[in-house]
Design a protein around this ligand. Sequence first.
Ligand code: PEP
Length: 265
Amino acid sequence: MSDRTNDEIGRIPLIVANWKMNLTASEAVAFAERFVPQLQAHALGTRFEVAIAPAYPALGPLRKALEGSKIQLAAQNFHPAEAGAFTGEVSLAMLEDLGCDFALIGHSERRQLFGEGDDVIAAKAQRLEGSPVCPILCVGETLDQRESGATLEVVDAQLAAVLDVTGAGLARRLVIAYEPVWAIGTGRTATPDLVQTVHAAIRKTLVARLGAVGQATRILYGGSVKPSNASALLSQRDVDGALVGGASLDPDSFAKLALACLETA
Ligand code: PEP
């Protein structure tokens, strides 16, 4: 786990794999054995960063398999309570104990399939205050919201719900991921121009709320990112990395994608 803040890291590209409910612990270890050597000769940690968010059972084995590689570990979720009678849930302390560097909060699948509202997401952000685990806050509009012209309003409200409860320490470690819901897992990628427009609006809000801290916040894009479109998206001024679902499940394709992002660094 690193305790560096965003201004110390600089806005070097951060590429995060979100495996969702895919890959067993043994498959995760086999992935690492094939993936790590492909990135080893490159400037991981100085020119770009890579993190992987496996399913919970693979967190420990993957941590071990990534040892010495500078590839970071991310969790897909956690429960906002400290501990207690929450059958089937995982706490932040458990993620800290496993050495997680990041945790996703507010992913659209959590919002849509598990009914997580902004209040739950804000509670998770509050739990992260003072933790070495950095939040990756996912925001994004549905197709209906985009078509009705509500994109910026929706994204701003999702950001505000978390920024309203974010203290100075957490703000300096926050990562945002803009993920239009209509582009997730659909093969339908937003154009680089469209992505830059929303990222610029997010940057404006971050700077208005957080000042210089908002200038140093990384804003990732997610939604059908693949090796062929990664560098065009990442060459946009306010795109500081990618959150990748489908294209992160194959070690060769994810390595290709991460290296394409490095070209824009
Ligand atoms: C995601 O789930 O965060 C995601 C971006 O998925 P995909 O790359 O498959 O669209």
